[in-house]
Write a protein that binds this ligand. Structure first.
Ligand code: ASP
Length: 589
């Protein structure tokens, strides 16, 4: 037997017990006759003491040990004279009588401590060692517990877990497909699902009523920070439901998992129209943990002779509380921040609302005290506050201001720690007009239904009408992160065909790609809708962390590579031939 107990469970009440522990050597400290070893496993760390006077063989074995060796120790639990209050096992130690080396270890390339000294690349290459570290183990175990809680909750609500295939035909969720060549069907490819969207809808047609799956999805995107080409969704679909019932069901799920895993009672889940989110926060995923809503200043800032504002579609400001004392350098810093290409603003105007009631702005030439007072009033600014103002095209300026709002909140520590602010963003537009390609894109995906009262306008309206159609589409946002998104679906052929047509599909293309779904709609498709949660993101947000990578056991790096197994990789010629693939390899590569 390798162990009677794990390394995290022995307490003072166990003193006197003979025990066997197995684990990894965290540290080994040699004090002449006495050697102290911290033995670690997933459950904790227990101190072992080896007394050379007991046997010289023991001493020799102890002397060989290095970090991360795997050992088995037999001995007796005893009270420690020098207790360690920071460890649950800190009151006891094991007086070791027998020590067995189960496996030696090379010196690890970085320390296996909560704060490791290893750089990102090294830790990714040795992910199995990184995964031994406490914080990562906690994350991965949290993830497992969350999955179990989700299954239990949805199972309890009559949801059926159904696996859908990975080798499929394209499901458009707005990214490129990963494709897999078919050996048996020359020249043909499967696509890996960007989501199980069409399958879950078919399950509704099949009468399963409530479906869920914790499922991998694959999207070949240019990797922005914190995106993974394969990621996990809690994917759900329900039949005979209204949007309201879906929101309530998944508010229930969210509340349940926060309660069960974090002991947190979430506040109310307000519903915010998409248009209001953009207007007030410059974002469709507003962070409600702090204020600083966007304020439109057109009527007080235009027609005062300042060309930049006069020619702008929108002048928009935020009021930063208590920052009137910002230095020149800080303000220049903010200006440079908004001018970076990622944000793209032309400039930034500021107004300091001084404590004495006067105003000092970067546009004093054009605006007198009275004019600036009008701005301050519109923004609800008090003496001591700072106004920041951006102008330009409506949508762009709002997005820029939304970004600045987040940046300012982060850099001024305005975000209360440990607080969670969920909300539903609802009434998304159905379609998005893309100027460059002169085409409509589905804002959510092509299976999303317009609001019931919009169906007529959609079937009969002109081009401009299409731009204003609203959908029964919704996102769950927590702390500025999109946790989930879904919609009520189209369930009749005519409307689905119309949608494909608006999205630029010819009738033949639509039929070839999605004929199976539209065909199914002709066999008694019930009204249905659903949602998918980003499971990795939910893990991260619940733990107040921003990176999903630390909640994925074996993630890809920013280039989409797994550097541990070195994938993607070339395949040999024989395999290419078998797959009927012609791969041209440049000489020297
Ligand atoms: N399939 C959608 C997505 O991946 C979610 C849904 O509409 O249910 O975003």
């Amino acid at each position: 037997m390798f162990r009677t107990h794990n390394c995290g469970e022995l307490r003072l009440t166990d003193a006197g017990k003979p025990v066997t522990l197995s684990g990894w050597v965290q540290t080994s400290r040699d004090f002449g006759n006495l050697t102290f070893i911290d033995l670690r496993d997933r459950y904790g760390i227990t101190q072992l003491v080896i007394d050379a006077e007991d046997s010289s063989e023991l001493k020799t074995t102890a002397g060989k040990l290095g970090r991360e060796w795997v050992i088995m120790a037999e001995g007796k639990v005893r009270e420690r004279t020098n207790k360690n209050p920071n460890r649950p096992t800190g009151d006891v130690e094991i007086d070791v009588k027998n020590l067995t080396v189960l496996n030696a270890s090379e010196v690890p390339p970085f320390t296996i401590e909560d704060d490791s000294d290893g750089g990102d690349d090294l830790r990714m290459k040795y992910r199995f060692l990184d995964l031994r570290r406490g914080p990562l183990q906690q994350n991965i175990i949290f993830r497992s517990q969350l999955a179990l809680a989700v299954r239990a909750y949805l199972g309890g609500q009559d949801f059926v877990e159904v696996e859908t295939p990975f080798l499929i035909k394209s499901t458009p969720e707005g990214a490129r497909d990963f494709v897999v060549p078919s050996r048996l069907n020359e020249g043909q490819f499967y696509a890996l699902p960007q989501s199980p969207q069409t399958f879950k809808q078919l399950l509704m047609v099949a009468g399963y009523d409530r479906y869920f799956q914790i499922v991998k999805c694959f999207r070949d995107e240019d990797l922005r920070a914190d995106r993974q080409p394969e990621f996990t969704q809690i994917d759900c679909e329900m039949a005979f439901v209204t949007q309201e019932e879906i929101l309530n069901t998944f508010e229930g799920l969210t509340r349940h998992v926060f309660q069960q895993l974090k002991g947190i009672e979430l506040p109310e889940f307000p519903r915010m129209q998409y248009d209001d989110a953009i207007r007030l926060y410059g974002s469709d995923k507003p962070d409600l943990r702090f204020g600083m809503e966007l304020v439109e200043l057109n009527d007080v800032a235009q027609n005062k002779g300042f060309k930049v504002f006069d020619s702008a579609e929108l002048v928009v400001g935020i009021c930063v509380p208590g920052q009137a004392s910002a230095t020149r350098k800080q303000l220049d810093g903010l200006t440079n921040w908004v001018k970076r290409p990622q944000i793209g603003a032309k400039g930034l105007v500021y107004v300091k609302c001084n404590e004495d009631g006067s105003y000092k702005s970067s546009v004093d030439k054009f605006f007198d005290q009275e004019a600036l007072a009008a701005w301050a009033e519109k923004c609800g600014a008090k003496p001591g506050d700072l106004l920041l103002v951006i102008s330009g095209e409506d949508e762009k300026s709002r997005t820029q201001m939304g970004n600045l709002r987040l940046h300012v909140a982060e850099s001024h520590d305005m975000i209360p720690e440990g607080s969670f602010k969920p909300l539903w963003v609802v009434d998304f537009p159905l379609l998005e007009w893309d100027e460059d390609s002169e085409r409509f894109h589905a804002m959510h995906h092509p299976f999303t239904s317009p609001k019931r009262e919009e169906v007529d306008r959609m079937l009969n309206g002109d081009h401009e009408t299409m731009k204003s159609l609203k959908a029964d589409a919704y996102d769950l946002v927590i702390n500025g992160a999109e946790i989930g998104g879904g919609s009520i679906r189209i369930y009749d052929r005519e409307l689905q065909e119309k949608n494909f047509q608006l999205l630029g599909f010819t009738k033949e293309e639509a039929e070839e790609q999605f004929g199976f779904l539209m065909g199914a709609f002709e066999y008694g498709a019930p009204p249905h809708g659903g949602i998918a949660f980003g499971f990795d993101r939910l893990c991260a947000v619940m733990n107040g962390q921003s990176s999903i990578r630390d909640f994925i056991a074996f993630p890809k790096n920013n280039q989409g590579r797994d550097v541990m197994i070195d994938a993607p990789a070339r395949i040999d010629e024989a395999q290419c031939n078998e797959l009927n693939l012609k791969v041209t390899v440049e000489p020297g590569n």
